[in-house]
Design a protein around this ligand. Sequence first.
Ligand code: GLY
Length: 406
Amino acid sequence: MRKKEIITGILQQVTANLTLVVFTIVTAGVSSCAGQKKISGDSITATLELAAAQYRDMAAQLPEGRFPKTYYPKEDRFETSGSEWWVSGFYPGTLLYLHEELNDPQLREEANRIMEDLEKEQYNKTTHDLGFMMFCSFGHLNRLDPRPEYDEILMTSARSLATRFNEKVGAIRSWDSDDDSFLVIIDNMMNLELLFWASEFSGDPTYRNIAITHANTTMQHHFRPDNSSYHVINYNENTGEVKEKRTAQGAADESAWARGQAWGLYGYTVMYRETKEQKYLDQAIKIADFMLDHSHMPQDKIPYWDYNAPNIPDALRDSSAGAIMASALLELSEYVDAGKKKKYFSTAETAIKTLMSDTYLAEKGSNGGFILKHGVGHLPENSEVDVPLTYGDYYFVEALLRYKNR
Ligand code: GLY
């Protein structure tokens, strides 16, 4: 081979290699550009500012001693509850999240004001919802500004919740009943975080053990072979036997009520965080995959109110289920392998983007001061249907902060 041909050959090879390198760089760029667009920090801040403005409006219309529950846009009717209703911790919790991010003393003052009314619920032994009520409020306050009086309120709340535990059933009673029925709902998984805190604070393992036993019993009886969950399990309080498996807020006994699936996902993710036991991570993954792989999960990732709602695709969506799911998936995505991480993170991202769109996000000065529209509370009872819900707002703000701070 002549010298010129050798040089030409080398040059051709170099050119080919360079082309390959350039192609690889360009396609890598294209694939990351073609991937999902991130939500900008600016748009999250703008959404949090809108949320704060909404909650300032809500504070102005809230009667003394009352807690926000929902708003009926058609009738322009703002509905409130007393502190004993299960949602009472979400309003102060949302205010504290917003204050933490925006450093607005007015939000913090309003949270403090309403928590004076909430404080007495630490003695309430008639509800399983003390985790929601006290940990989503005083739990945050104690995290932001630790004080012995908040520790005491949280410990008393944990003691009250623990009185509802039944050794024979191995669970915390959700709803009271007149006979030997012992009713446990999947939502109850959300009250366990308070118990883990109580054991860590006090050094007494009783609370943690109750949480673990409850989660194990729920894992055994609430889930179907496809990893969806029943809403209600009715146990015999004396023997622990399962008497019936049914729904209360879902479309049917055998259906997958969307918020219930989201509570389970969040609850088992917390179980894994607190115990590092693989079986809880596996359970959270199974729930996530049931939801995310479901043929009825919409492209925009806001679930229909029930995965088996009869009139899909015309069924109502539940923005609260979307918000809870998004927040839980952001945490779960931190515990799983790269493939699942991408799937969970991008689903959460899509859900958050959808909730930030005009379809779901309230216009300033509208929606009774709530942040999100289109939640479904209890459709079978025709109660709180297609309205804002305090827990939708709370988990939406949590999801925004989790997304922003990761
Ligand atoms: N814990 C009641 C609900 O999710 O509606």
